[in-house]
Design a protein around this ligand. Structure first.
Ligand code: HEC
Length: 151
């Protein structure tokens, strides 16, 4: 006897297969979501200062020149790992602020032939917020992305 697939068998394969892949899709989505919230960005470390710093980062459009994890413009250095490159201890919020302030207060350098960063005239509190944001960004586990060691 010849094996024939009945209509209902075909329908069951279609629905069963669809359901199977929908479940895999939902499972992977949930896994990514939990991973981002709890492992890679560590939501618990998002302080008010970090949030304010992110707002300043957006308002001043730092991304128009810089990248953060490879996203942004390629005019100026990648900043997600700037605190590591500067050798700042992740717990040293004051040191991070002082280094960032010293750097940003000295801008623009006016050195001919060198790309210039504008002067933003920020307050000490804004420097602290930005420094905390950059320190926090530095803790994101981006699985070593971007591959960047520029100093
Ligand atoms: C108009 C372009 C521009 C904008 C906007 C800009 N920067 Fe920069 N930034 C630069 C350039 C160019 C350099 C490198 C200057 C140099 O090395 O002399 C730089 C360097 C830096 C550095 C040092 C990087 C390192 O690797 O040592 C930090 C930190 C920094 N910028 C932070 C910021 C922050 C925070 C903002 C937003 C408030 C910002 N920048 C906005 C152009 C810009």
């Amino acid at each position: 006897m010849r094996e024939v697939m009945t209509k209902s068998m075909a329908r069951n394969i279609f629905y069963g297969g669809s359901l199977f892949f929908i479940i895999i899709f939902l499972g992977l989505s949930a896994q990514s979501h939990l991973y981002i919230r709890n492992v890679s960005t560590n939501e618990a470390t998002l302080t008010d200062s970090v949030k304010k710093g992110k707002r300043i980062w957006e308002e001043k459009a730092c991304i128009n020149c810089h990248t953060l994890m490879g996203e942004g413009a390629y005019f100026a250095p990648e900043l997600v790992n700037v605190m590591t490159r500067w050798g700042i201890d992740p717990e040293d919020h004051t040191g991070a602020m002082e280094s960032l302030k010293a750097w940003m207060d000295a801008m623009p350098t006016g050195i001919e032939g060198r790309r210039q960063m504008p002067q933003f005239n920020l307050s000490d509190e804004e420097y602290q917020n930005l420094a905390d944001f950059l320190l926090w960004a530095d803790t994101i586990d981006a699985q070593d992305w971007p591959p960047n060691d520029a100093g």
